[in-house]
Design a protein around this ligand. Structure first.
Ligand SMILES: Cc1cc2nc3c(=O)[nH]c(=O)nc-3n(C[C@H](O)[C@H](O)[C@H](O)COP(=O)(O)O)c2cc1C
Length: 343
C-alpha cells in the first residue's frame, strides 16, 4: 500500500552527488519538516552488488525521502528498488537527466530521454518490485541542440501512457551530451520554464515539478502558480537556511522555525551520536555540509574556516561545532531568535 499520508511534493531538495548524503539530509530535515529530500544518484549495480548499508542507510525521521537510482536495465533497477523499499524510502526516482560521460557510457542518465519505451520498462519493473513506493522520473527538457517542445511532450506522454508514474521532475534546460562538463550542463543550456508550464497545462493529471536555477522564496511562489512543485538544488546546499520558512510559506504549517542556536545544538548531538556509532564516520563527513548554514550572517567566515580546518577536525570532537557557533553568536544580535538584518 502506498503511503497516502505523505505531504505533497510542493518543495523538494534536488538529488546531488556527493552533497545530499544522509548527513546533509539530516540537517535539512531539522530545518524543514515537510520538504521532500532526495539522495545522491546511486548506481543500481552498486546497490545490488555493493554493501547496501553504505548506499542505502538513512536516518530515522528523514522521511519523506526519495532514493534516486541510475541505471537502464529493468531487472537491475527492480532489484535495487526492492532493496531500497526495505530501507524505508518513500519514493524511488529514476535519473534521466545526468549528462556525465561516465553515465553516458553506461547508457543511462540523460541519454535515456531518447528511449522512452526502455524507460517505461524500467519504471514498470521498479514499481512491481517496490509496490509501496512512488516511482518517479527526473529528466531534462531535451537533448543537445533540440529546441522543439514536442519531443519532451512525447517522452512524458509515452511514460504517462505506459506506466503508473504520475510524478515528473523536470530540470528546465537541455542536456548537451557532448562538449559540456556536467557542471557546465547545469548552467549553460538556457532555462525554458515555459516548456515545463506547458507540460502541466497539457498533462493536468500529472504532478509536474520544476527544477533549475531557482533561488528565492519569491521565485518559488511564482513557479507554484504554474506547476505542482519546485525542486531546489544548489541554493539549498550553499544556503540551507533558505528552507527555514518553507513549512510556513508553502505547507501552511505555522510551527516556529528552528533557531540557529537550537539547530547547532541538534547538529552537535547528531555528530556525537554518529561518531559513537562508528561505521568509519568522521567529523568532516558531517561538518562539510554545515559550511553554508551561516550564509549572510556576521562571522560566517569564521564558522566556515573552523569547520573546514583539517587540524581542528582531526580530533573528531563534536564540540568544535559549538566553538565555531560561538564566533557567530558573538558577532550577531539574536535577541529575538533571529539575527538582526535577517527577516
Ligand atoms: C554537485 C551536484 C551534484 C548533482 N548530482 C545529481 C544527481 O546525482 N542526480 C540528479 O538527478 N541531478 C544531480 N544534480 C543536478 C541537480 O539535481 C539539479 O537538477 C541542478 O543542480 C539544477 O537545480 P539548481 O539550479 O536548483 O541547482 C547535481 C547537481 C550538483 C550541483
Amino acid at each position: 500500500m502506498k503511503n497516502n499520508t505523505l505531504p505533497p511534493r510542493r518543495l523538494s531538495v534536488a538529488p546531488m552527488l556527493d552533497w545530499t548524503d544522509r548527513h546533509y539530509r539530516h540537517m535539512a530535515r531539522q530545518i524543514t519538516r515537510h520538504t521532500w529530500l532526495y539522495t545522491e544518484m546511486i548506481n543500481a549495480g552498486a546497490v545490488i552488488y555493493g554493501d547496501p548499508d553504505r548506499f542505502l542507510l538513512k536516518n530515522d525521521g528523514e522521511n519523506p525521502v526519495a532514493l534516486q537510482l541510475g541505471g537502464s536495465e529493468p531487472q537491475d533497477l527492480a532489484k535495487a528498488a526492492a532493496k531500497a523499499a526495505a530501507y524505508g524510502y518513500d519514493e524511488i526516482n529514476l535519473n534521466c537527466g545526468c549528462p556525465s560521460p561516465r553515465v553516458q557510457k553506461g547508457a543511462f542518465g540523460a541519454c535515456l530521454m531518447k528511449e522512452a519505451d526502455l524507460v517505461a520498462d524500467c519504471l514498470n519493473a521498479m514499481q512491481e518490485a517496490a509496490p509501496d513506493c512512488a516511482v518517479t522520473v527526473k529528466h531534462r527538457i531535451g537533448l543537445d541542440c533540440e529546441t522543439d517542445y514536442q519531443p519532451l511532450a512525447d517522452f512524458v506522454g509515452t511514460l504517462a501512457e505506459k506506466t503508473d508514474c504520475t510524478t515528473f521532475i523536470v530540470h528546465a534546460r537541455n542536456a548537451w551530451l557532448e562538449g559540456l562538463s556536467p557542471k557546465e550542463n547545469r548552467d549553460v543550456p538556457p532555462l525554458r520554464y515555459d516548456y515545463v508550464y506547458r507540460l502541466k497545462r497539457e498533462f493536468p493529471a500529472l504532478e509536474i515539478i520544476i527544477n533549475g536555477g531557482i533561488k528565492t522564496n519569491d521565485e518559488i511562489a511564482a513557479h507554484l502558480q504554474h506547476v505542482d512543485g519546485v525542486m531546489v538544488g544548489r541554493e539549498c546546499y550553499h544556503n540551507p537556511m533558505l528552507m527555514r520558512d518553507w513549512d510556513r510559506l508553502f505547507y501552511g504549517d505555522d510551527h516556529a522555525p528552528v533557531s540557529y542556536a537550537e539547530l547547532v545544538g541538534r547538529l552537535k548531538d547528531y555528530a556525537a551520536a554518529q561518531l559513537a556509532a562508528g561505521r568509519g564516520t568522521i567529523l568532516r563527513h558531517m561538518a562539510r555540509h554545515y559550511l553554508g548554514l551561516m550564509h549572510g550572517l556576521n562571522g560566517a567566515r569564521h564558522w566556515r574556516r573552523m569547520l573546514s580546518d583539517a587540524e581542528l577536525l582531526k580530533p573528531n570532537d563534536p564540540d568544535l561545532i559549538l566553538r565555531a557557533w560561538e564566533q557567530v553568536e558573538r558577532a550577531n544580535d539574536f535577541s529575538d531568535g533571529l539575527p538582526a538584518g535577517k527577516d
